[in-house]
Design a protein around this ligand. Structure first.
Ligand code: ZN
Ligand code: ZN
Length: 197
């Protein structure tokens, strides 16, 4: 019973607005990483923004949708639907994964969360960017943390490549795995733990 009308939101409105010109990193890390310009976004901010946008788009921000978004926003790592369901469940009150999936569909369509394909998991989007904007996710294999970036230079190069191939993308989300600056810094600072058998 998912309203297909909802899907029309976000598709056309993207290009142009919300793209701030130069790429910047949005930090999902909870730990106070060094030299990290990202401003931490609180769960309250994420919920408040979603509430505001749902109102503007005449969409229902149900209790379930709110709770799912809060669970995702509280975590700096991508969360799977079953993990979310578990977190929301209390003794005597089980939340079904299928309900969580339905809420995640809505939240993804509205751009409040992003799906990380390589993890089949979700992160909240703590900032505003257009629906059509290209995104780069930096996924740390050491701490599991994830950073979201807009990268206009990458985006325009990708657009050219795709146009050259006559290919029309439905999304332009890149996922890059590696080691984040905080983990690398930590490895350098603790030589004892740097020895990897
Ligand atoms: Zn985002
Ligand atoms: Zn890391």
């Amino acid at each position: 019973m998912r309203g297909h009308a909802q899907q029309q939101h976000g598709q056309g409105e993207g290009q142009g607005d919300g793209n701030h010109g130069d790429g910047h990193v949005h930090d999902h890390h909870g730990h106070g990483a060094s030299a990290c310009g990202g401003h931490a976004v609180s769960v309250e901010d994420v919920i408040e923004r979603a509430e505001r946008l749902c109102q503007a788009r005449a969409l229902q921000f149900t209790r379930l949708r709110r709770d799912v978004l809060a669970a995702v926003a509280a975590e700096h790592k991508p969360l799977g639907a079953y993990d979310i369901a578990e977190r929301m469940s209390a003794p005597g009150r089980r939340v079904a994964a299928v309900s969580v999936y339905r809420a995640l569909d809505f939240l993804t369509e509205q751009g409040f969360v992003h799906r990380i394909s390589s993890r089949n998991a979700f992160v909240s989007c703590g900032h505003e960017h257009g629906a059509g904007v290209g995104l780069v996710f930096l996924i740390c294999r050491t701490c599991g943390g994830i950073d979201e970036m807009t990268a206009p230079a990458v985006e325009s190069a990708l657009d050219q490549t795709l146009a050259g191939a006559g290919f029309t993308p439905t999304s332009r989300i890149l996922e890059v795995e590696g080691e984040c600056g905080a983990c690398r810094g930590r490895g350098d600072a603790l030589p004892d733990e740097a020895s990897r058998a």
